[in-house]
Design a protein around this ligand. Structure first.
Ligand SMILES: [Zn+2]
Length: 113
């Protein structure tokens, strides 16, 4: 399950930030997860619970914000894809594989106390 190794990395990153801020614990974590990141939200939530046990993040609230997939079209600029199957410009139907967002898996913010 690759979500577990991702969760462990995220926990380590959040702990580093928390320690640098001299915090006793992390109460909330906000993640940005792209629709193309290949991460299943349910699996990530489960992995987060496992990975946060006995860390500064134990019991922290996990807020997952999904990032839509956008592509760049030479004629129309950046546009949001309505479907993951169609890598075509949603405005003029030109094929494009120039993905500009949707692969994210990153910490957006954490709350500490
Ligand atoms: Zn276009």
């Amino acid at each position: 399950m690759h979500e577990l190794s991702l969760a462990v990395q995220l926990v380590q990153a959040a702990e580093e930030v928390a320690r640098a801020a001299d915090a006793k614990r992390v109460t909330a974590v906000v993640l940005r997860v792209g629709a193309l990141s290949g991460v299943a939200e349910d699996a990530l939530r489960f992995a987060f619970d496992v990975a946060t046990a006995d860390t500064l993040l134990a019991g922290a609230n996990l807020d997952i914000r999904s990032v839509p997939v956008t592509v760049h079209c030479r004629r129309c600029g950046v546009a949001e894809l309505p479907s993951l199957q169609l890598f075509r410009c949603p405005r003029c139907d030109t094929p494009t594989a120039d993905v500009r967002s949707g692969r994210e898996l990153e910490l957006e913010s954490i709350e500490v106390e």
